[in-house]
Design a protein around this ligand. Structure first.
Ligand code: BG6
Length: 315
């Protein structure tokens, strides 16, 4: 069978399985052996592996794969709120719902399909959701794996209400790192951020790349559309490319908070870092019939990749 991008049949690259709760999972593969696994519980990407089979996302060894609790790790879709501002549950209900497979999604750009293996998912509010968030919407999520192993998530949220609604959003992404003290983020220097550990007070980041020595929970505002997470020990860099998502949330629970989470190992904060493409500070407002799109693309490149390369990407 030919594996060139032109003849790659995305349906042949998909396998359906079930987890031990009987919830469907979708396994996406690319011709070089990279893979991604998506659970219909939350539309949640629970695994992303490169062509050597190495896992690139962190999932806690204590994660509970049992709805309605969200899975601790992978990439979670936070909607219709990120955080815990009003009567809604923390980070919204989308991550706790069972999504369906969308057999006939409205078309995306051909580049979003060609040579990729992908799955389209759909979430519509249940009667119970409408009680706590009385707005009708259609949320379409495409997860795709490209021939180069890059992982892309495209969220399209449409207002099918008679009146406007607003929401905040994040792709809460748990990256797997060798050792948090060896990691730095480039692309957020000099930005303003809201500190979740200080009642969302606003501060300005200094000029240096961000490194980690204690608990951090921040929303960086108006960030560039490329951010890099460099892991010295593993000699690899995550390149995060986002569109429609002005903010970046950075979270590491560190020691004390890790111990307080039942579904997280005491020492596991050393092996993870959440860097989320998000829209938090200014809610997205959709009028009736309007649609919003938020895209996130994750790539992993060798660490010989420097910030100058990132600058080239940006231009
Ligand atoms: C982070 C938030 O992104 O997610 C933190 O900023 C929160 O405040 C963390 O604790 C994990 O949230 P949850 O609901 O998945 O435990």
């Amino acid at each position: 069978m030919g594996h060139s991008a032109a003849v790659w049949d995305h349906r042949a690259a998909i396998e359906m399985t079930e987890d031990w709760n009987g919830i469907q999972q979708v396994l996406l593969r690319n011709p070089r052996g990279a893979s991604a696994r998506v659970s219909l519980h939350g539309g949640h990407v629970i695994s992303w592996r490169n062509d050597r089979g190495e896992e690139l996302l962190f999932t806690s060894s204590k994660a509970l794969f049992k709805p309605p609790k969200a899975i601790r790790g992978g990439i979670l879709v936070c909607f219709p709120q990120f955080g815990n501002c009003d009567s809604l549950e923390q980070h919204g209900f989308a991550r706790n719902k069972i999504w369906t497979i969308d057999d006939n999604p409205p078309p995306l750009h051909p580049n979003d399909s060609l040579g990729k293996s992908f799955i389209d998912l759909l979430l519509k509010p249940s009667e119970e959701d409408m009680k706590c968030w009385p707005h009708s919407f259609e949320f379409r999520l495409r997860v795709s794996l490209a021939a180069d192993g890059n992982l892309t998530l495209i969220s399209r949220i449409r207002n099918i209400n008679g009146k406007p609604f607003s929401f905040s959003f994040a792709y809460h992404s748990y990256l797997s790192v060798s050792d948090i003290s060896e990691v730095r983020i480039e692309g957020l220097e000099t930005l303003d951020y809201l500190d979740n550990l200080r009642q969302r007070e606003r501060f300005t980041e200094q000029g240096d790349a961000i490194t980690f020595e204690y608990e951090i929970d921040r929303v960086y505002l108006h960030s560039p559309n490329f951010v890099a997470v460099l892991d010295h020990e593993r000699k690899r860099t995550y390149v995060i490319k986002k569109e429609g998502l002005p903010d970046v949330v950075v979270w590491n629970p560190w020691e004390k908070r890790s111990k307080a989470m039942v579904d997280f190992g005491d020492e596991e904060y050393q092996q993870m870092l959440c860097v989320d493409g998000a829209a938090v500070e200014k809610p997205i407002i959709l009028k009736p019939g309007e649609e919003w799109t938020g895209r996130l693309e994750l790539a992993v490149v060798p660490s010989s990749y420097h910030s100058e390369d990132l600058d080239r990407h940006r231009s």
